[in-house]
Structure formats: structure tokens, C-alpha cells
Design a protein around this ligand. Structure first.
Ligand code: NAP
Length: 336
């Protein structure tokens, strides 16, 4: 037997139940057995456990998982026992266009995730981790890390001299700040907290804007770029922030539409979108090949994730409460 957390119906933070689960056994052909050591919290995981996204009764939550390969099945070529590995968000999306099946195959959403101590999966559901990373560090990459990477370097064209605006100090945004700085970009960082802005500055943010004190932060970003606007906005608010993001963007700029923290739907200034020749591109995390490219980029630049908090798996509910109180900075890790 092994320990796991299951989400019981009706989904809510109070219905995350610690339970015993049958051991997954030995890996079959093409499979690996992974002893999971860490996961990390994403807003997406919260949306599942809070019932904002419907899921099955008994679902094991958490999309991110990292740990050590304990055994490999026949024909496994990518890993050997002892390798540290990290999960992929879309296990069957290797490369090319995004899957059309939305989140049906995503661990912790459409299928069981990694809030458990061991798992047996096809080898391609995991990748290697950056050299020198711990399992806790690796577990931050699956969702938040890869989303930031794709926004800046797959959908965006961030390069030395680019200007990037990041919103708030959560998982995606702090990775975006780190990646953008590593690429030689200038970063305008926003936060609701002056204390967190100082921490963003310590990570390399060039300009700081408190979006509560400065509700017209789009115009502020314009002013900070001498009226030119920013090349890419890492848009994690959604409906409630898109207007300001479009104001902040330069003519021909890019808004990476990632999140829903400030609303799921709302009116769009279509005339502004047109007049500024903007590209607003929605994205859902990334592919396995993009994850491998990110890992190479992390290694080349010596980037380490920012983890503000650790919780043991048995205190997953407390970890989510910490997250929705915005008490974190960067990532919250769950140690398994
Ligand atoms: N499309 C995708 O593939 C994808 C992937 C990952 C995440 N997401 C989405 O991206 C969003 C962020 O995810 P996450 O995991 O990074 O969340 P997170 O770590 O929980 O981030 C929370 C932080 O976001 C900031 N924030 C909240 N409301 C804001 C607002 N109105 N304006 C600016 N900043 C705001 C706050 O920063 P301060 O405390 O500093 O103000 C807050 O601490 C979520 O909506 C999530 O669903 C989407």
C-alpha cells in the first residue's frame, strides 16, 4: 500500500482526503516506476480541488510531480533506475500543435495526478530534470515554468533588449521574470504588495509598479518605455487585466493570455486591439519538447526556481489555503 490524497465529491478544500492506495507494482514494457518526492501548487490545481473545474469523485490531484526512477520496464531507453525525473503537463503532447482534447489527459484534472508516493507510467510522461536540481525544484517546472517559457520564447520572441511585463509574484510570473532577465530583456514587474515588489527587484526586475496603488498600470508601463510600450505582456489576470495589458503593449506587441485570476470573461476593447496591431495569444502550458528546451535553457543560465513555502503532502489543504491567501511568492512545494 502507499499514501495518496483523493478529492471526494462535492469538490472542496475540505474534501481532500488522505487515503491508502494499492501499490502500482512493477513497470511493464516501455514504462517506468517513479518514487515521487515532490509536487507544486498551481492555480489550476486549486481550480480542480475547489470545484471550479469539474472532476471525477476520488480524483488524485496535482499536475506536477518529480521523483526518482525506481525501476524500468523492458524497452525503456530514456531512463535508468536512480534518475531524477519530472512530469509533463500533457503526457501525450510530444511536439507540434497543442492537443485538441483540452484537459482530459492532464494529470490531476482529467486523469489521476501526483499527490501520491509512487506511480507507474509510460516513459514519455516524464523528462529529465535540470542538472543539480532537487526533486522539489524540479516539481515547479511542469506547469508554471513551462508556461512562462512558452509565453516568452515559443509564442513570444523575447531577446536581448526586449521589454517584458509580468503581473504579480505567483509561480508563472516569477519564472517569467527570471527567464526574461536571463534572455537579456528589461522587465517591468507589478504586484499588489510593495514588499513583494522589493523581492521582485532583488530577482532582477528593472521597474516596479504596484497595480493596486496604480490601477492605470498600463499607462505607467507606457511611460516607463518612453511611450513605446512593452514587447510581451505575461497576462495572468485575464478579463480584469486585459485592458491594461493592451494599453501597456507596444504597437505590434504580444499579449500571452495565460490566466484567469481577475475573471473568466468580459468585454474586450476590440478597437484598441486592432489599432495597435496586437497579437493576443492564448496558451496552455506546452509540449514535452518545449519542456526539454526549457530545461536546457535553465541549465545554460543557472536558473533556480523561487520556492517560498514547503508543505508535507498530508497538509495539502493548508498549502492551498496559503496559496489563495496570496501569502506565497513564486512557488509552493508539497513534499511527498
Ligand atoms: N494557460 C496556462 O497554460 C496556464 C498555466 C499556468 C497558470 N495559468 C494561470 O495563470 C494564473 C497564475 O497562475 P499561477 O499558478 O502562477 O498562480 P499563483 O502562483 O497562485 O499566482 C498568484 C499571484 O498572482 C497575482 N495576482 C492575482 N491577481 C492579480 C491581478 N488582478 N493582477 C495582477 N496579479 C495578480 C498575485 O501576485 P501579488 O501577490 O504579487 O499581487 C498573486 O500572489 C492562473 O489564472 C492560472 O490558472 C495558466
Amino acid at each position: 500500500m502507499m499514501r495518496a490524497i483523493r478529492l471526494r465529491a462535492p469538490a472542496s478544500l475540505d474534501n481532500l482526503i488522505s487515503t491508502d492506495l494499492a501499490d502500482p507494482g512493477s513497470p511493464g514494457p516501455g514504462e517506468i516506476r517513479v518514487r515521487l518526492a515532490a509536487s507544486s501548487l498551481n492555480f489550476h490545481d486549486y481550480a480542480v480541488v475547489a470545484g471550479l473545474i469539474p472532476s471525477a469523485d476520488g480524483r488524485i490531484p496535482m499536475s506536477d510531480g518529480a521523483g526518482t526512477v525506481e525501476a524500468v520496464g523492458e524497452g525503456v531507453t530514456q531512463f535508468i533506475p536512480g534518475d531524477l525525473v519530472v512530469s509533463t503537463f500533457f503526457p501525450e503532447w510530444n511536439d507540434g500543435a497543442p492537443p485538441t482534447s483540452a484537459f482530459t489527459g492532464v494529470p490531476g484534472d482529467g486523469i489521476d495526478g501526483y499527490a501520491r508516493s509512487a506511480v507507474v507510467t509510460p516513459q514519455h510522461w516524464f523528462t529529465r530534470v535540470p542538472m543539480g536540481y532537487s526533486a522539489a525544484e524540479a516539481a515547479t517546472l511542469t506547469c508554471a515554468g513551462l508556461t512562462a517559457w512558452r509565453a516568452l520564447f515559443v509564442d513570444g520572441r523575447t531577446e536581448p533588449g526586449s521589454t517584458v511585463l509580468v503581473q504579480g509574484s505567483g509561480g508563472v510570473s516569477v519564472f517569467a521574470l527570471q527567464f526574461a532577465k536571463a534572455a537579456g530583456a528589461r522587465v517591468i514587474a507589478t504586484s499588489s504588495s510593495d514588499e513583494k515588489l522589493e523581492r521582485l527587484k532583488a530577482l532582477g526586475a528593472d521597474e516596479l509598479v504596484n497595480y493596486k496603488a496604480e490601477p492605470a498600470w498600463g499607462a505607467k508601463a507606457m511611460a516607463l518605455t518612453d511611450g513605446r510600450g512593452v514587447d510581451t505582456v505575461v497576462e495572468i489576470g485575464g478579463a480584469g487585466t486585459l485592458d491594461q495589458s493592451m494599453v501597456a503593449a507596444r504597437v505590434g506587441g504580444h499579449v500571452a493570455l495565460i490566466g484567469v485570476l481577475a475573471g473568466f470573461a468580459g468585454p474586450v476593447q476590440t478597437a484598441l486591439l486592432m489599432a495597435k496591431n496586437l497579437r493576443v495569444q492564448g496558451l496552455t502550458v506546452g509540449s514535452r519538447q518545449q519542456q526539454l528546451a526549457m530545461i536546457a535553457g535553465i541549465e545554460a543560465n543557472g536558473i533556480r526556481p523561487v520556492i517560498s513555502d514547503h508543505f508535507p503532502l498530508e497538509r495539502l489543504t493548508d498549502a492551498f489555503r496559503h496559496q489563495i491567501a496570496n501569502a506565497h511568492f513564486g512557488k509552493i512545494v508539497v513534499d511527498i
